[in-house]
Design a protein around this ligand. Sequence first.
Ligand code: SF4
Length: 392
Amino acid sequence: MTTYSHSRVSIYDNCPYQYKLRYIDKKKPEISTTIEAFMGDMVHQSLEDLYKRKKFQQRIAKASLIKFFRNLWAKNYSSDILIVKEDQGLTENNYRKMGEKFLLDYFERMKPFEEFTILGLETQDRMTLPDGNQWHVRIDKLGCDNDGNYFVCDYKTNARMKDQEEADQDRQLAMYSIWVKDKFKDAKSVKLVWHMLAFDKDAISERTDEQLEKLQNEIVEKIKEIENAKEFPTNVTALCNYCGFKSECPSFKHQAELEKIESVEEFKEDEGVKLVDEFAETKKNLSELNKKEDELKEKLIVYAKQFGIDIVYGSNMKTSVKEIEKVVLPEDKKELINFLKENGMWDEISMINFMGFQSRILKGQLDEVKDKVEIVKDFRLSLSKRKDTGDE
Ligand code: SF4
């Protein structure tokens, strides 16, 4: 049996290939962490320390909180931490100051830190799922009040505010509330609280038992999907900038190799660079030629009409210019299709919408006809601009 967690399942959802590298091949990422994750970690540890001091009746002050944060930062910061937005002028200092601001705002809003009785800080446990797998539980701050209300709190340093819909859909804290209800039988309610530190606001949600059961079943289904997966495709998104496996990823391996090249000459000599440059040039020429072909067709039609001819002669070739009739289908085809069906003409002249058919088969939505077709491997090539050229 395996221990799953919110982050493990999220990695699979975001990029199955990254999941495979991390959890199946057990590869180590090439970067220690990102500055965003590092800052979040330092903020978490500072708030954990603050609540511990409170528990032991030690003095709590803004200055000592910031001092703790700064010392922790200085002790743990290393130059291999990835700053993705360095090209936008952001430095370690900017993130450290952001962390300080988050802590100061939180301090002002939450003092004297008696929102409820603290039951646990950075709580770590495991719960058993109905399929026998384990689910990792890690709660930043767990508390309760005298009325049997429990609070599962998470500190978020994200630059995007969680709206109510997102909070109500979030599975991480919802899964933890299953654990709370199981551990604390007196729990009348479990409130899920995200302290959105960048906005000095909280997002709050609560789930019914039915919703939690549904969520748990969905998680079990997701785990089944992960465990049965045979293919782990890459999924290139903006999150790739934060991925620690770029040099092992088929979508970035070549780029990583090119980055090691120092001279422009050597770069231009790379076989892949040459092929893509030639492919791009050919596509450009083809598109210009297509445009040119359309223009010439127009001109030939005008010429043929002007002189009342239907064949125009060149040096070695001739072009026939014949006026023909063609059918234009109405935008709303329902009425036409019904008419064809009702009059027994549909079977003879209708065609399969191949793209829709293919997409539904590949998505597993037409399994009943899957064995009537053959599924083979093919390649699709698409050309797009490199984002790092600064052209976009
Ligand atoms: S770089 Fe992107 S596509 Fe490649 S493994 Fe990482 S997340 Fe997946």
